[in-house]
Design a protein around this ligand. Sequence first.
Ligand code: HEM
Length: 395
Amino acid sequence: MTHTKPTFEDFLTWLAALRGRGMVHFDEHQRCWHVLGHPEVNAVLSDPARFSSDLSAMIAGQKDFELFGRGNFVRMDPPKHRKLRTLVSQAFTPKVVAGLEPRIAKLTEELLEPLGERFDVIDALAYPLPVIVIAELLGIPVTDRPLFRSWADVLFSQERDPDQAVDEIGDEVFAAVLPTMREMNAYFLDYIASRRTNPGTDLTSALVRAEVDGKRLTDEEIVGFAGLLLLAGHVTTTATLGNSLVTFAENPDATAEVRAEPSLLVPAIEEVLRMRTPFPRLGRRTVVAAEVGGATIPAGQFVIPWLSAANRDERVFADPDRFDIHRSPNPHVSFGHGIHFCLGAPLARLEARIALGRLLRRYRDIEIDPAEPVEHRSPWTMVAVTKLPLVVRVA
Ligand code: HEM
């Protein structure tokens, strides 16, 4: 791979070529199985007994990773997964989340208030809004958010050679992220200790009090929980806000329709999620030999269900490369599928609807500033812009 950063279009071209090799196929270079079709991806994600989320066997036993892994239920299988997920799921039901609407609306207004007619919308809104919301839920100091951002930047900015073997990537990536993992672990351990002596009404205090099978969670388990929620809870929503604005700028007719009929914002966000899938792919490991899409994957293999590819499967989405805000149904898999379906989906959708709705109402024109560069993450890791300079005109 050259050192010029591959674009989202390069990524889509690469993905289309990959699909050309079959909806389910073995990759000799990467030594993994790619799953690219919509029904095939759904089949993998709905079968945790054969496709495990526990990839620890493939990660050389790094202490920090293990520590972080203990409460990180996205990497767990039943029955432990269900027990831990149940503990936090109460905090994220659509009803509870709907109660956050006034707070999210107020935060959005506060963040937009000081802005002029030129600003980087990632710095000004797309990053701080979701991180403040999740930090408030967890009870961690919102003022530490530059720290969270520095962590997220390290963890989600790993450049990947798409053709490198999965088991080789490990060591390099781990070496790059280990100091950050250590810093995060130490931060959360301190914070949890302070909550044990001085509990509040936040989610972390609730986790400190919670029991699974009659036993309290250990500090290490809570570190995994908090880390998962803090990171999963903001980078993807930040990505979705930025991705929406990029897509709106590329599709002025659809945006004009949304402006004229604000209820179309909801399906427009779903269509952005489909086309610019924030997490392009997930990871699974076969526990036993498993048949999917006519191929048999042996036991112990690394499997990559490509959400980005499933979301453009023309057997399910007519004219899949077209941004169509009237697409109905829109069964995209950007929030995953099955037992690990994103716990934060109602929150992410609410934040996106409020933030984008306020932006469209406040500004009659929103353009990407042609004088400033737009920056993005590697789309193989995450589909997201990290700098999005805008020029706006107040309505
Ligand atoms: C647009 C924004 C978001 C996207 C695209 C997204 C995507 C995903 C995906 C694809 C998964 C499934 C992972 C797997 O099966 O291996 C997932 C799981 C999860 N997400 Fe999200 N997410 C978003 C926002 C959020 C937010 C705001 C939160 C927290 C407040 C959150 C918390 C979680 C958690 C805790 C899990 C693990 C669920 C489980 O394993 O049972 N996510 N997310």
